[in-house]
Design a protein around this ligand. Sequence first.
Ligand code: SF4
Length: 428
Amino acid sequence: MTFTIITLGCKVNIYESEMMRERLEKAGYHYQKENPDITIINTCSVTNMADKKSEKMVRQAKKNNPHTILIVAGCSSENKRIKYQDFDIDILLGNKDKSKIVDLLKKWEQTKQKITQFYSTRELPFENMTIEEFHSHTRAFLKIQDGCNNFCSYCIIPYVRGTARSKDFQETLKEAKKIAQKHKEIVLTGIHTGSYFTTDGHDLTDLIHEMSKIDELKRIRISSIEITELNEKFMTELKQNSKICNHLHIPLQAGSDEILTRMNRKYDLNYFENKIKQIRKIRPQINISTDIIVGHPFETDELFEQTLKIVKKLQFTKIHAFPYSKREGTKSASMEHQIDNFTKKERNQRLIALSNQLERVYASSFNQQIVEVLVEEQKDAYSIGHTSNYLKIKIYESLTINQIYQVKLTNLENDVLIGSTLKTKSNQ
Ligand code: SF4
């Protein structure tokens, strides 16, 4: 039988889809995009838009391919259990039991009875799952953590992903060693990656320290980390461990203490600013990107101007800007002083314009420098890859994917840095 997987949302969902693909292929199913016998949709619920997109995919799946066995899982089905039970779905899950995809399919094939499995998300153990390689990306995502206990006022994730929990330390190292056979860079990911902490007392820094002993592994990237998790132990590792990529994605979310408090974020601007200064002392050229929500309830024009000001002051290199999305069931959804969509849109556009400007300034500051590029894609006339500090580089040469090259940067073309490989031994 053939199958396809449609994945929405974050790196954790992408990893879980890879895991489902690997298990199905090992069980003799074949991956095929066109008219598959089985369609799996791994949904997302981070914003209202994500929910709508997930629901649309589910509705279209049977319409486009009436005979397909439809399996739906993920945050949107977890969040909207009742609604999804009305859809024409054969196997309906939330965020648990994705690792049991083959057993569930076998059960359905025997009974042809609809299977629906949901659980309370607050007591979920870490669902063991590992992969050996990553088909969809050259830089492999490695899920090490799930769930979150922070309950930021605007966020639905703790309700759909459950309590914070971590993958076993030795299991993770074993998996990383396997993945490193085929991938030079691993991106550590989770719902709240920085809260990685195992039952035997290992934290994220311990994991990174041990993983960096894997010879084949050249780069360790952290998908996202909260400012409060950049403790002294981590800073020491950042200073000593060159395999840690020169890029940190640290969500700020808002540029005023008033809104940070209403968001139930665990820091104030002063704390955030001092940590950024400390990081830059250790890694002066580091790329620091961030997430910011505009238009959270109570955000006045003045408070938004403060956000623009602090973004400039902290010199982020890229801002993932999101207009506040009212998520039923979260604290912010019932707050007064909700902001109208026009204002949210206008503020979001201004922040994106500023982000593009900062990104351009950061990228051009590396022009004429020699950098190391991990090639990820090969197109007809050129290759594409990223540096450790997450600069996207275009090289008009035919190069080997998953190989790291020394590259001299020569110019910018449509905001993408162009370079050519140095005729050095390491590039042979
Ligand atoms: S830290 Fe906050 S924003 Fe991030 S997943 Fe947890 S509750 Fe959501």
